[in-house]
Design a protein around this ligand. Structure first.
Ligand SMILES: C[S@@+](CC[C@H](N)C(=O)[O-])C[C@H]1O[C@@H](n2cnc3c(N)ncnc32)[C@H](O)[C@@H]1O
Length: 573
């Protein structure tokens, strides 16, 4: 069976269609209606939370703040030297968070010497000077990273009473009439813009007293031309900054005002660190393969982290209906399939001979046979219903998931690219192209909305045409928002990889199958992985000046990625 690979091409369907319906891929409908999620037979699955984390999560969901490393609350440091043991007990009863910080050796030593569990804190005199000579109005010891001096264990001094001869006197405030007599200059003074705008009525006069009017000499203000600003007034150079805003600015760099818009290098670095952490976390959700690394700029990382989700399988969109799981069948070869009789394999076009795509190397690795790599055919793997499922059968390759280490990197003009971090052998499976599976109609709409931007659409039209479904009914994989690292594989006119469609349901679902990347030659470590976006290319064709220009730099470069014709919704011949 000869098939054609196209990266987002509404191409002429393959001449050959396949088996009738009967078996289904591992696809499951979600209970919430149309949106369904593909549950494949692939080995990678999302890890569930550990029971401990689940417990913590449920506490958090219930409104509890579950502190992993409880920090002592500020009140834990505030302890009057006059506090009685009762006070301390009540403090302990209130503070539910006991400091868990690891103590320094000296602190531990002092704890050993101090057999009681009473808190020993520095004494603070009335003028704000600590007994150890440090001004308590200055930076706190905690802020300086120092421990307060341990006061000797002495009995608490008695409370200090004011001297007997000092008498406190309360002076009553003067009445309004008294104030008038004392300060006649406080008499209301009416001011206005000019005679014309002088306050007249009582209400206006009150407003004038409260300085609601500009001074009499000022020109009339046209409020329409005065820009409204909510920015903080800029401080003049000689003016000292208020202490509070200084410390706040340090801990919470403001993003609103223009002066703070340029983010400090440390903030930038820590943001990038956070983004990398976030991305790594996202990547870890894809089980079944080694972690993919990112050698990209912080800006690219930010974009990736914000707008992209890694998935380990297809996400089925509205209107995408897989065939039912009940149709899945399996072979009964045993733990290892017999290539001459296995019912999961498909026959050659013109004979009953079974197509065997894989071979096991001496190293034990299963790869696609070299002869098969030159063909345009589909691979039919065993299913989860086979007797060999879960064993080391050679006919389970793609469904085992990625085994190689990959890295996303910046290629420059061609955007991000993907490279392997270890040498690959010809025929070796790399990874699948996953993403959202959407209808062709939705894909067309997305494509026109994304005109001029990188395309991540991949048509699943290999088996359509002569079968049960028309080309218009085909599905498209969109790797834009949800995808695998393979979405970064760029085009080359002399590629080192190719996509082979793989069915795990004996081609019974003509619209859903895997798009699997295989190496078509030995690839040294750290080489960029590429494939041909348009392998059906006819070299005789003229280059479309409106098509996306190819920058692969190969000697046989065709000059364009794909014909622009698909943008107009016209099928190629
Ligand atoms: C599937 S994406 C590949 C990843 C993409 N480079 C990125 O940064 O996300 C396909 C897009 O990459 C760019 N691209 C891929 N191969 C290219 C090539 N040989 N020359 C120029 N642009 C290429 C095109 O913009 C194309 O639409």
């Amino acid at each position: 069976m000869e098939l054609i690979t196209n990266f987002r091409l509404f191409s002429q369907p393959s001449e050959h269609t396949t088996q009738p319906n009967g078996v289904a891929p591992g696809v499951k409908k979600e209970p919430n209606g149309e949106q369904v999620t593909f549950v494949s037979t692939l080995a990678h699955r999302a890890q569930s939370l550990s029971p401990q984390k689940q417990k913590q999560k449920s506490l958090e969901n219930a409104g509890f703040v579950v502190s992993k490393n409880p920090e002592p609350s500020p009140s834990a440091y505030h302890h009057s030297p006059y506090d009685s043991g009762d006070n301390e007990r009540s403090f302990r009863a209130v503070s539910t968070t006991i400091p868990q910080k690891r103590k320094s050796q000296s602190a531990e030593a002092s704890d050993v010497n101090d057999s009681s569990d009473e808190l020993s804190l520095p004494l603070i005199s009335q003028n704000g000077v600590l007994d150890n000579g440090v001004d308590s109005t200055g930076p706190s010891l905690k802020a300086l990273g120092k421990r307060p001096a341990i006061s000797p264990k002495t009995p608490s001094p008695p409370p200090q009473l004011p001297p007997a001869d000092s008498v406190s006197v309360v002076i009553p405030s003067p009445s309004a009439a008294q104030r008038q007599q004392m300060k006649p200059s406080l008499k209301p003074e009416f001011i206005g813009l000019c005679e014309r705008y002088f306050p007249t009525g009582r209400e206006e006069q009150v407003k004038a007293q409260r300085r609601a009017y500009p001074i009499a000499t000022a020109a009339k203000v046209n409020k329409k031309v005065v820009p409204f600003t909510i920015a903080k007034p800029t401080l003049k150079e000689h003016e000292p900054k208020p202490a509070a805003s200084l410390s706040l600015a340090k801990s919470f760099p403001s993003q609103g005002s223009a002066s703070n818009r340029a983010i400090e290098p440390e903030t930038k670095a820590s943001t990038a660190k956070l983004l990398r952490k976030k991305l790594r976390k996202k990547l870890k959700r894809i089980c079944g393969g080694p972690e993919t690394l990112f050698d990209v700029s912080d800006e690219q990382l930010a974009t990736l982290s914000a707008n992209f989700f890694f998935v380990g399988d297809y996400r089925l969109g509205p209107g995408v209906t897989p065939i039912d799981d009940d149709f899945l069948t399996g072979c009964d070869c045993g733990t290892v399939c017999d290539p001459s009789t296995c019912r999961c394999l498909i026959e050659e076009e013109d004979s009953d001979e079974l197509i065997v795509a894989y071979e096991r190397l001496e190293s034990g690795m299963v790869v696609v046979r070299k002869e098969f790599l030159d063909r345009k055919a589909m691979i039919s793997e065993c299913s989860s219903r086979c007797l060999c499922a879960g064993s080391d059968c050679w006919n389970h390759v793609v469904q085992r998931g990625r085994q190689v280490r990959l890295e996303v990197f910046d290629t420059g003009e061609r955007g991000l690219g993907l490279r392997c971090l270890e040498p690959l052998i010809v025929g070796q499976f790399i990874d699948c192209y996953f993403g959202e599976v959407i209808t062709k109609k939705d894909a067309d709409a997305r494509e026109s909305a994304n005109e001029g931007k990188p395309s991540y659409l991949f048509n699943l039209d290999w088996l359509l045409g002569n079968g049960h479904h028309t080309y218009e009914e085909s599905y498209v994989v969109d790797g834009q928002k949800f995808g695998t690292p393979t979405r970064y594989i760029n085009h080359s006119c002399n590629p080192n990889c190719k996509i082979i469609p793989v069915s795990t349901n004996r081609l019974s679902d003509q619209r859903l199958y895997y798009l699997a990347f295989f190496a078509i030659r030995d690839i040294p470590a750290n080489t960029e992985l590429t494939f041909d976006y348009h392998p059906k290319w006819d070299q005789e064709k003229q280059i479309d000046p409106h098509a996306v220009k190819c920058l692969c730099g190969e000697q046989n470069c065709r000059g364009q990625l794909w014909p622009n014709i698909r943008k107009k919704g016209i099928q190629e011949d």
